[in-house]
Design a binder for this molecule. Structure first.
Ligand SMILES: NC(=O)c1ccc[n+]([C@@H]2O[C@H](COP(=O)([O-])OP(=O)(O)OC[C@H]3O[C@@H](n4cnc5c(N)ncnc54)[C@H](O)[C@@H]3O)[C@@H](O)[C@H]2O)c1
Ligand SMILES: [Zn+2]
Ligand SMILES: [Zn+2]
Length: 358
C-alpha cells in the first residue's frame, strides 16, 4: 500500500513522494502509524549533503540507493507488532526514540545505545527509512519505544525523541554541568534550548547563550539564559571573556556543528573545564591543541544514547521542563514541504521546532 513520505535522494535533493508502506521485517519490529513528526537540524544537514554515508552505505550493502525516508523523531500509534514484541500492542500510543537498541550487545550493556552492535543506534531516517512518513518500521520496538504518558503535551513528547535527550546527555551530562558553574551554550536551536533547559536541573549560576538569531536569543532569555550574545553582531569570545572576568566558562556546549562555533567554544573554556561538542560536523575543524594542551580540559563528543529519555519524560510530565515553548509552528502532514521551508528559514520565520500533525 502506498503512503506519502519525505525522501532524501542525495545532496540537495529531497522529495515529498509516494513510497510503499513498511512491513515487519523482524519479529522484534513494530509498525507505527505516525501522528506527529518533526524536522531536526540534522535533517537539514543531510539535505545539504553532510551525510554522504547514507548513499555509500546503501550502495555498499545492496548495490543501489533508491532514496531514504527522513526523520528520526515523532509519536504515533502502534499498528502492528512482531511476534517477539511483548511490551507493546496494536493501539498503544508511543514516543519513538531516535536511537534503536537491541539491549543485549556489548555496547547496549554499557548504555552506549548509540553504538548498538546488532544493527541499532541512530538508524531511523539515516540507515533505514524514518518517521517523516505516514508509517514507520521501528526495529527492537520493546527497547526503542516509550508508552506516551497520559497528560503529557504531545508536542513535548516529540521533543523526547531526540532534541531533549541529546541536549541533556551530550551537552549537559558530558559537559559535567554542576551547581554554581558558569556555562555557555553556542547555538540556540532546539538542541541548544534543550541544553539550556536541562542544564538548569543542575543549578549553574550563569548561562550564556550564543546565536546569530535575535528571536532565538530572546527566547533563550525567557527560558533562563542570564546573558545572550549575538555572534553575528559582536565578538562572542571577547564578550564571554568579559562576562566571566576573563576567566572563561566551566563548560561550553557546541550545538551548531560549524567550525566557527567550535572555534568560539575552544577559546572560552577555562582551565579544568569541559567542552561538550553536540553539533554534527560535516567538515574538519581547526583544533587548537597548541593552546588547549595546557588547560587540563575535558573535550567530549558523541551521538545521543537516549539512555536518559525515560527520566526526562518524567521530568516533562512534572512540568519542570517548559519544552512546549519550543513548538512554535504546526503544519499538516501534506504541508511537509512548507514545514521544511519554514524550518530552513527559521530566523526569518521566527521558528524553533516545527511540529507536523498527521
Ligand atoms: N550529537 C547528537 O547526537 C545530535 C543529535 C541531534 C542533533 N545534533 C546536532 O545538533 C546541532 C543543533 O541541532 P538543532 O536541531 O538545534 O539545529 P538548528 O539548525 O535548529 O540550530 C542551530 C542554531 O545555530 C545557530 N547558528 C548557525 N550558525 C551560527 C554561527 N555561525 N554562530 C552562532 N550561531 C549559529 C542557528 O541560528 C541556530 O539557532 C546540529 O548540528 C544537529 O545536527 C546532534
Ligand atoms: Zn535529530
Ligand atoms: Zn545493541
Amino acid at each position: 500500500m502506498p503512503m506519502k513520505a519525505m525522501v532524501y535522494h542525495g545532496a540537495g535533493d529531497i522529495r515529498f513522494e509516494e513510497r510503499a508502506r513498511p512491513t515487519l521485517l523482524a519479529p522484534t519490529d513494530a509498525i507505527v502509524r505516525m501522528t506527529k513528526t518533526t524536522i531536526c537540524g540534522t535533517d537539514l544537514g543531510i539535505w545539504k549533503g553532510k551525510n554522504p554515508e547514507i548513499e555509500t552505505t546503501a550502495k555498499a550493502r545492496t548495490g543501489s540507493f533508491d532514496g531514504r525516508i527522513l526523520g528520526h523523531e515523532g509519536i504515533g500509534i502502534v499498528e502492528e507488532v512482531g511476534s517477539a514484541v511483548t511490551n507493546f500492542k496494536k493501539g498503544d500510543k508511543v514516543i519513538i526514540s531516535c536511537v534503536s537498541r537491541c539491549g543485549t550487545c556489548e555496547n547496549c550493556q554499557k548504555q552506549l545505545y548509540a553504538h548498538c552492535r546488532n544493527g541499532g543506534g541512530w538508524i531511523l531516517g539515516y540507515m533505514i527509512d524514518g518517521t517523516q512518513a505516514e508509517y514507520v518500521r521501528t526495529p527492537y520496538a520493546d527497547n526503542s519505544l516509550y508508552l506516551l504518558p497520559e497528560g503529557l503535551n504531545e508536542d513535548v513528547a516529540v521533543l523526547l525523541s531526540d532534541a531533549l535527550p541529546t541536549a541533556h546527555e551530550i551537552g549537559v551530562q558530558y559537559g559535567n554541568v554542576k551547581p554554581g558553574d558558569t556555562i555557555a551554550i553556542v547555538g540556540a536551536g532546539p538542541v541548544g534550548m534543550g541544553c539550556l533547559l536541562t542544564a538548569q536541573l543542575y543549578s549553574p549560576s550563569d548561562i550564556i547563550v550564543v546565536d546569530m538569531d535575535d528571536n532565538r536569543l530572546a527566547m533563550a532569555r525567557e527560558l533562563g539564559a542570564t546573558h545572550t550574545v549575538n555572534s553575528g553582531k559582536e565578538d562572542a569570545v571577547a564578550r564571554i571573556l568579559s562576562i566571566t572576568q576573563e576567566r572563561g566558562v566551566d563548560c561550553a556546549m557546541e550545538a551548531v556543528g560549524l567550525e566557527a562555533t567550535w572555534d568560539i567554544c575552544q577559546q572560552i573554556v577555562k582551565e579544568g573545564g569541559h567542552l561538550a561538542n553536540v553539533g554534527v560536523h560535516g567538515t574538519p575543524v581547526r583544533f587548537s591543541l597548541e593552546k588547549l594542551w595546557i588547560k587540563n580540559l575535558t573535550i567530549t563528543t558523541g551521538l545521543v544514547n537516549a539512555n536518559t529519555t525515560a527520566m526526562l519524560m518524567k521530568t516533562c510530565c512534572s512540568g519542570k521542563l517548559p519544552m512546549d515553548k519550543l513548538a512554535t509552528h504546526h503544519f499538516k502532514f501534506d504541508e511537509l514541504e512548507k514545514a521544511y521551508d519554514v524550518f530552513k528559514h527559521a530566523a526569518d520565520e521566527k521558528a524553533m521546532k516545527v511540529i507536523v500533525d498527521l
